[in-house]
Design a protein around this ligand. Structure first.
Ligand code: NA7
Length: 552
C-alpha cells in the first residue's frame, strides 16, 4: 500500500503571503495583477498591519502622511485625502482598508489566521504552511510581510500574575479602554510611550512614567492639512517621490521639499548660522533634524551641537530642574530613533504626573495593588507597557520556519540575523522577506522599500517560470558579502556607538548586530538588481523533479 503524502488534498498555491500590512497588501496587489494563484494570511481581524495592532491613545505616524503612503498608483495618490500632517492610526487603518477594497484584494485575504509553521519540502520545492487552527497550505513561494515592528517585547516583572489591575501593551491595545480618572503607570519612553504619555496625562487622575532611557523628543507640530497645501503637494507628487528616492533616510520633511539635502557640515557654519538652521528645524517640527547637516550622524562634535540644542529646549520646557535632568538624554542625538511628540515635555509640569528613573529606582516586583519600585509601592489601576519590539527578526522567528535539512530560521540566525539583501537566506529557498532584517526598512521608507521589493519578486517569479525553474535561493557566499556591506555602511556612523533596537540591543540575549542597511535606496536597489543580473547570478536556481518531468 502506498502512503499518501501528508499534504495531499491541501490547497496548492503559487504564492502565499503572510501579513496584511502595507507591504503584504502591495505584494498581493502585484500578484493578483499577474494572475498568480495567491492567498494572503493575516493574524489580525483586519488589514493594516502596524495600524491594525497599534491602537494606543495618541497613536499616529511620525512621518508626514503625504510621503508615508503608497507611490505605485498615481490615481490613488491623487484621490486619497490625508486630513492631518501626521495621520492618526484610525486614518491609516482606513487607508489600508480603502486599498484592499479599491484594488479588490479581499477575496484573496484570509484574516484571523496566524501562520505558526512553514516547512520546506526539498523534493517538491514547496512550502507547507500550517495555521494556528491546523489548516495546511502548500505554496511554491512564500513571502513574509510580517512587519518590522510586530513582536512585542515582554518585560518579565516578578509577580505580575498577581497584579489585579489592567495590563495593556501599546502594540496590542485592549479596545475600549477608558483611562479617565485612573491611576496609570507607563513603562517605556520610545515613540509609542511618548505618544501615549501625552494623551494619558490629559485624563488620568495620576500618571507615573517609568523611564529607563530618555528619548530626544521634537515637537511634531501636527495640524489639519489645508486643502490648498494638499493640492500643491499633489501637483508635485512625482517630484516629491523622486526627491524621496534620492534621500538617505527616505523620509525628508515636506517643509524642506524645495531644499531637501543638507549642504554643510555642522561645524562649517558659524554658531549663529547653526542656531538659525536648528531653529528652522525646531519650528518645522517632526523628524526634520535628520537632514539639518550632512555630518550629524558621522561626527561626534557635530552631533553634540544638535544634542546640546535639544537638551536646552528640554531644560526650558520642564520647570523642575531635577525632572528636567532626568529627561535630558546624554547619548548622541539621532543615533537612536528620534521621537516626535505633542506637548511631551510640558506633561511633566502637570501636578498629576511623576517621572521615575528606573536606573535609580528599579522595578522590583508586582503586587496585587501595583508595582514595587525603588522599595516603594506604586499603586495603580493600569500598567501600560510601551516597551517596544523584538524588531525585524521577532515576527519571523515566531513562525517555526524549517528550510533545507530541517534547519530552522532561529538556528540560522542564532549568531544574529544574516540574509542576502534583506530578502532571502541561504538554505531557505523560495522564502522571501519584505522589509526583513538587513534591508533598509526602518531607516528608509518601508512602504517604498516594499513597493520595490514586490516589483523585484514579481520579476523574479516571472523569470523562474519562463526559464523552467521553480526554486531560488541565494548562494551561500552572498550572505557574508551582504553582511559585510551592512556592517561597513553602519560602522562609521554614530548608530554604531549607542545601544538601540537597530542592533537588537533591547532584547536580552539577542546578538548585537546591525539589522538595517544604511546605504540608502539607490544603493540597495542597485545591489538587488546586480543579484538578479545575468540570470540571477547571486542565486542558485533549480527545478524540482516533478517540474523537470513535466518539462520532459
Ligand atoms: P522603543 O523605541 O523600543 O521603546 C521602548 C521603550 O521601553 C524604551 O524606552 C525602553 O527603554 C523601554 N523599556 C524596554 N524594556 C524595558 C524594561 N525592562 N524596563 C524599563 N523600560 C524598558 O519602542 P516603541 O514602540 O516606542 O517604538 C518603536 C518604533 O516605532 C520607533 O522607534 C519608531 O520607529 C516607531 P530602553 O531604551 O530599552 O532603555
Amino acid at each position: 500500500m502506498t502512503q499518501s503524502h501528508p499534504d495531499q488534498g491541501a490547497e496548492e498555491l503559487e504564492l502565499a503571503i503572510v501579513g496584511a500590512g502595507f507591504a503584504g497588501l502591495h505584494m498581493l496587489y502585484r500578484a493578483v495583477g499577474s494572475q498568480r494563484k495567491v492567498r494572503l494570511f493575516e493574524g489580525g481581524s483586519s488589514v493594516g498591519g502596524t495600524w491594525h495592532w497599534n491602537r494606543y491613545p495618541g497613536a499616529r505616524v511620525d512621518i508626514e502622511s503625504m510621503a508615508y503612503s503608497y507611490a505605485f498608483s498615481p490615481e490613488l495618490q491623487q484621490d486619497w485625502d490625508w486630513t492631518e500632517r501626521y495621520s492618526p492610526q484610525s486614518e491609516l487603518l482606513r487607508y489600508a482598508n480603502h486599498v484592499a477594497d479599491r484594488f479588490q484584494l479581499r477575496p484573496y485575504i484570509q484574516l484571523n489566521t496566524f501562520i505558526v509553521s512553514a516547512v520546506f519540502d526539498e523534493a517538491r520545492h514547496r512550502w507547507t504552511l500550517t495555521t494556528h487552527a491546523g489548516e495546511r497550505i502548500v505554496a511554491r513561494y512564500c513571502v513574509l510581510a510580517t512587519g518590522l515592528l510586530h513582536a512585542a517585547k515582554r518585560v518579565p516583572i516578578p509577580g505580575l500574575e498577581q497584579y489585579a489591575g489592567l495590563q495593556a501593551y501599546t502594540s496590542q491595545w485592549p479596545e475600549g479602554t477608558d483611562l479617565t480618572g485612573k491611576r496609570v503607570v507607563v513603562i517605556g519612553t520610545g515613540s509609542s510611550g511618548v505618544q501615549t504619555i501625552s494623551e494619558v496625562a490629559k485624563v488620568a487622575s495620576h500618571l507615573t512614567v517609568l523611564q529607563r532611557t530618555p528619548s530626544y523628543v521634537i515637537p511634531a507640530r501636527n495640524h489639519r492639512l489645508d486643502p490648498e497645501y494638499v493640492r500643491s503637494i499633489k501637483a508635485r507628487y512625482d517630484e516629491l517621490r523622486a526627491r524621496q528616492f534620492e534621500s538617505m533616510g527616505g523620509f525628508f520633511p515636506l517643509t524642506f521639499l524645495d531644499d531637501p539635502h543638507p549642504k554643510f557640515n555642522a561645524l562649517e557654519v558659524s554658531a549663529e548660522q547653526r542656531k538659525a538652521i536648528y531653529d528652522a528645524h525646531w519650528e518645522a517640527g517632526g523628524l526634520s533634524f535628520y537632514t539639518a547637516f550632512k555630518d550629524l550622524l558621522l561626527d561626534p562634535a557635530a552631533n553634540e551641537t544638535l544634542a546640546e540644542y535639544v537638551r536646552g529646549k528640554i531644560r526650558e520646557a520642564v520647570r523642575d530642574p531635577v525632572t528636567a535632568e532626568k529627561l535630558v538624554p546624554k547619548y548622541p542625538i539621532l543615533a537612536r530613533r528620534l521621537c516626535a511628540g505633542t506637548g511631551y515635555y510640558e506633561v511633566y509640569n502637570q501636578p498629576n504626573v511623576d517621572l521615575i528613573d528606573v536606573n535609580q529606582s528599579p522595578i522590583e516586583r508586582a503586587v496585587p495593588e501595583g508595582l514595587v519600585v525603588g522599595g516603594k509601592l506604586l499603586a495603580c489601576d493600569v500598567i501600560i507597557f510601551a516597551t517596544g519590539f523584538d524588531a525585524l527578526t521577532g515576527a519571523i522567528e515566531k513562525i517555526d520556519i524549517r528550510g533545507r535539512g530541517g534547519r530552522t530560521i532561529r538556528e540560522h540566525w542564532a549568531d544574529g540575523a544574516v540574509t542576502y539583501a534583506g530578502m532571502m537566506c541561504a538554505g531557505f529557498p523560495n522564502l522571501i522577506m519584505m522589509n526583513g532584517p538587513t534591508s533598509p526598512s526602518a531607516f528608509w521608507a518601508p512602504i517604498q522599500i516594499a513597493e520595490y521589493q514586490a516589483d523585484w519578486i514579481e520579476r523574479c517569479l516571472d523569470y523562474l517560470a519562463r526559464e523552467g525553474f521553480d526554486c531560488i535561493e541565494p548562494r551561500a557566499e552572498c550572505e557574508p558579502y551582504w553582511m559585510e556591506m551592512v556592517e561597513r555602511t553602519a560602522a562609521p556612523t554614530l548608530f554604531a556607538k549607542v545601544r538601540s533596537w537597530y542592533y537588537g540591543d533591547n532584547i536580552p540575549g539577542k546578538k548585537h548586530r546591525m539589522l538595517i542597511y544604511l546605504g540608502g535606496y539607490a544603493a540597495y536597489c542597485a545591489e538587488c538588481e546586480s543579484g538578479a543580473a545575468q540570470g540571477y547570478r547571486k542565486f542558485m536556481l533549480s527545478a524540482s523533479r516533478t517540474r523537470a518531468e513535466v518539462a520532459a
